[in-house]
Design a protein around this ligand. Structure first.
Ligand SMILES: Cc1cc2nc3c(=O)[nH]c(=O)nc-3n(C[C@H](O)[C@H](O)[C@H](O)COP(=O)(O)OP(=O)(O)OC[C@H]3O[C@@H](n4cnc5c(N)ncnc54)[C@H](O)[C@@H]3O)c2cc1C
Length: 451
């Protein structure tokens, strides 16, 4: 979650057969300036204060009215924006990434796209086309960030499908895909063919307008993937809500048919799997098997899942069965199951399977590194598992960073804080480590040696 300096690059990489438990005790903080630490602590505390998160957007609008845009903007830049965002211009983003790189961290850029506005329905395709341009610029920026030859093909960026196609269409598609005896018209192969040929796709369960929007959306998705492939940037597609996820997975599967073949150097398009959904381990197993049978490379970003409260509310209202795990422990068991499966696949199928452990959870990261060290890996395979947020251990670590102007990024950050409310409230350990380090400095304690 910190903008910079989350890991020590000077430490040796992991060596087989010599596994030592990772130390998450905050030793990396010694690389941060005191002002940076104080800001991080302040921002974490603010984010853990529910009224601020709930009414963040309204408070921002008030602050702007009371203080004027310049002063309120300066305050935001000095706090939340400065803490979480890479910058606004290409130069600022590159500066932030250089700092990350000095610490052995790689960037995972995210275009901060908000939910589709009501007006998108009225303005037709224009909003989505604007987002397409932003995604293409993000590909360019990602490409330019890690240009050394040994890093070719290791640039990653996040892609939100609902920035390029409407949530309404995804909802409609989901309702058809999830029916028993779902229409074969909606197969990944058929959509991939329509993507490639650009010919008008006609799906009988959709009306004319929806068919046109589907065709335009496929074309946008294909353009991003094609450009990302050409620029050697891999796309990690976000998972969202259960009422649209099956449609998102269908679109990703169509992109995979086109762009994830080993001939193309795939996988260029990775899907995200949310462990908090009861059916995820089984779905992950099925998808991996389907990719293997189709001879396609398989890329997975594994998360616990960000939309728990909203998901549960919807299913309570509908009176239908809750698709989420009953408690945190069950989600963690599900995460471990998926992790074990993917680590096995990466180990057996080498470059055909890729995994990102997208979690801040120490236990999950420990499990991944322990298994990683358990001798099941071919030598030199470290690059295959880009662990996120692996502190101090010399693994390949990516850091997710949004970028953009204040006006675009602040609503995005507030929304993410609302979605991750429980995580932010639970970041007590991080707060404790930060304040411990700050007190140590204020009291003139000796600097701790890096682990
Ligand atoms: C790089 C990156 C990309 C991400 N991309 C996505 C994405 O595409 N889609 C997405 O949905 N999320 C995404 N997330 C967010 C992710 O799903 C989690 O919300 C976040 O990382 C916190 O989970 P954790 O494993 O890091 O931490 P932890 O604090 O260990 O876990 C918190 C998570 O546990 C689960 N949980 C908490 N309480 C309960 C409960 N009572 N019952 C059941 N489960 C519970 C929830 O999923 C909660 O978010 C991403 C995170 C990262 C770091």
């Amino acid at each position: 979650m910190f903008r910079t300096r989350r890991a020590l690059s000077s430490l040796p990489g992991p060596s087989s057969g010599d596994w030592r438990p990772l130390n998450f005790d905050g030793g990396a903080f010694h690389l941060k300036g005191t002002a940076e630490l104080a800001r991080a602590l302040l921002v974490l505390r603010l984010c853990a204060w529910p009224p601020l998160v709930t009414h963040g957007l309204a408070l921002q609008a008030w602050a702007q009215r009371l203080l004027g845009s310049r002063l309120s903007g300066a305050l935001l830049r000095a706090s939340v924006y400065g803490q979480f965002v890479a910058g606004e211009t290409g130069e600022e983003v590159r500066g932030c990434v250089r700092q990350l790189q000095a610490l052995g961290l790689r960037p995972l850029l995210a275009v901060p796209t908000e939910e589709e506005p009501d007006s998108a329905a009225k303005t037709g395709e224009a909003w989505y086309e604007g987002n397409l341009s932003a995604m293409l610029r993000c590909v360019d920026l990602s490409r330019g960030l890690l240009e050394t030859p040994d890093l070719a093909g290791k640039n990653l960026m996040q892609l939100k499908v609902t920035a390029l196609t409407s949530t309404r269409l995804c909802k409609e598609l989901t309702s058809w895909i999830t029916r028993p005896g779902a229409s074969l018209e909606l197969s990944p192969e058929r959509l991939a063919e329509a993507m490639d040929s650009g010919q008008n796709l006609q799906v009988s369960c959709l009306n004319t307008e929806q068919n046109q929007h589907l065709q335009a959306s496929l074309s946008r998705l294909n353009r991003v993937a094609q450009y990302a492939r050409a620029q050697q940037v891999r796309l990690l597609v976000d998972a969202e809500y259960t009422f649209i996820n099956p449609a998102l997975s269908l679109l990703v599967a169509a992109l995979a048919v086109r762009w994830n073949s080993p001939r193309e150097g795939g996988p260029w398009v990775w899907n995200t799997y949310q462990a908090y959904l009861k059916d995820t381990p089984e779905r992950l197993r099925r998808d991996a098997e389907a990719a293997r049978r189709a001879g396609l490379a398989f890329g997975v970003k594994l998360v616990r899942g960000a939309y728990l409260d909203k998901e549960r509310k919807v299913f309570q209202l509908q009176g239908t069965e809750d698709p989420t795990q009953p408690d945190y422990e069950a989600t963690s068991r599900s995460y471990s199951r998926c992790l074990e499966l993917m680590l096995r696949l990466v180990s057996h199928h080498g470059p055909m399977c890729h995994l990102m452990v997208a979690s801040h959870n120490e236990e999950s990261v420990r499990l991944a590194t322990k298994r990683y060290e358990a001798g099941e890996w071919e030598t030199g395979t470290h690059e295959k598992v880009p662990f996120l947020l692996l502190w101090q251990a010399g693994y390949v670590v990516y850091k997710s960073i949004p970028y953009g102007c204040l006006k675009e990024v602040i609503p995005y950050l507030i929304r993410r804080a609302q979605e991750n409310r429980s995580v932010l409230q639970g970041a007590r350990r991080e707060q404790a480590l930060l304040s411990q380090e700050l007190w140590r400095r204020l009291l003139g304690g000796r600097r701790r040696a890096p682990h």
